[in-house]
Design a protein around this ligand. Structure first.
Ligand code: GLU
Length: 309
């Protein structure tokens, strides 16, 4: 069924950690460049509340692109799928996460999916609320509910660092504003988006969120349906088709679980009906996924036959 002790998980972590030296931490957001490339941690959360973990478990990291799945769930709940998919598509791109090229070359200038930056910025634009503060709080409180951790907040240093350097994301926003897909002022939207990306937690919290997705939106610890079934399914489908950047196909073949990664080195995994996974390893491969984290998931998937395919 799956891992049954911290010791077992520990041996996988130590095996996978060797790969960290082949990766590099993200530096385009200056504050992320200060992460320790050797860090590696994993947590696995089961529906009965049992949690196994190993490695640098208490280390906090920012969600970055992992937040895109959660923001998508929130706007799908708030606005319904017709409204959302009129403004953002459902197809993988094959381009880097921050590319502008398809926006210009496709007949309709709507982002191809919500997992690339252009699509994620449109999703953040759709978060309801009367002010940036209120919209951020709605997302943060949704994340606190999903993780079961009322202390979840954002890292000001990382948010500020990205806000000061996010010129490419600004360019995407202005392009989308020119095409009336984004309708608000860009600077406040950038503030909201960079705070969203800077929401931080450890891999135990992340595994608990992965568990809710794995259980079709139900938090099995308290029995509450936090995300409607259809929304949880849409999110998991995006995780499979475009959750791991341009290595989503390879990840589906080698590991085969719905997962979403971020440039801070986090990976959230949802093994349907079985458990949630949270991984943190800031050294990235050339595609932008945690190099040791991927190895770790490969070892786990092979040992426990986790592929859903
Ligand atoms: N905040 C990052 C950006 O928009 C997120 C990217 C990622 O994790 O893929 O550039």
């Amino acid at each position: 069924m799956g891992c049954e002790s911290n010791e077992e998980l520990n041996s996988f972590v130590e095996e996978a950690r060797k790969y960290a030296e082949k990766g590099k931490v993200a530096e385009y957001i200056p504050a992320l460049g200060r992460a320790n490339p050797c860090d590696l941690a994993i947590a696995i959360y089961y529906p009965n509340g049992t949690c196994y973990s190993a490695g640098d478990v208490e280390k906090k990291f920012t969600l970055q692109s992992i937040s895109k799945v959660i923001a998508l769930a929130l706007v799908l709940i708030d606005r319904g799928r017709d409204y959302v998919f009129e403004r953002v598509g459902m197809e993988p791109t094959g381009d880097p996460f921050n590319s502008i090229i398809k926006l210009e070359t496709m007949a309709v200038a709507k982002p191809l999916n919500p997992m690339i930056n252009a699509g994620a910025l449109v999703v953040t634009h759709m978060i309801k609320g009367n002010s940036i503060g209120e919209r951020f709080e709605r997302l943060a409180s949704f994340i606190r509910t999903l993780s079961g951790d009322p202390s979840v907040s954002y890292c000001e240093e990382v948010a500020q660092s990205e806000y000061e350097t996010a010129h490419l994301n600004r360019a995407l926003c202005y392009f989308l504003k020119a095409h009336q897909i984004i309708k608000e002022d860009i600077e406040p939207l950038m503030e909201l988006y960079t705070k969203q990306c800077a929401i931080e937690m450890n891999c135990l919290d992340l595994a608990r969120i992965g568990l809710v997705f794995a259980m079709d939106g139900v938090d099995p610890i308290n029995g509450k349906q936090i995300i409607p079934l259809d929304v949880a399914r849409i999110c998991k489908t995006f995780m499979v088709t475009c959750g791991m950047y341009n290595a989503s196909g390879e990840f589906a073949i080698k590991i085969g679980i719905p997962a979403k990664s971020g440039v801070s080195g986090g990976i959230m995994g949802a093994v349907p009906c079985k458990f949630g996974i949270g991984v943190f390893g800031p050294a990235l491969n050339e595609i932008g996924n945690s190099i040791a984290g991927i190895k770790l998931l490969e070892l786990l998937s092979e040992k426990y036959q986790l592929s859903i395919f």
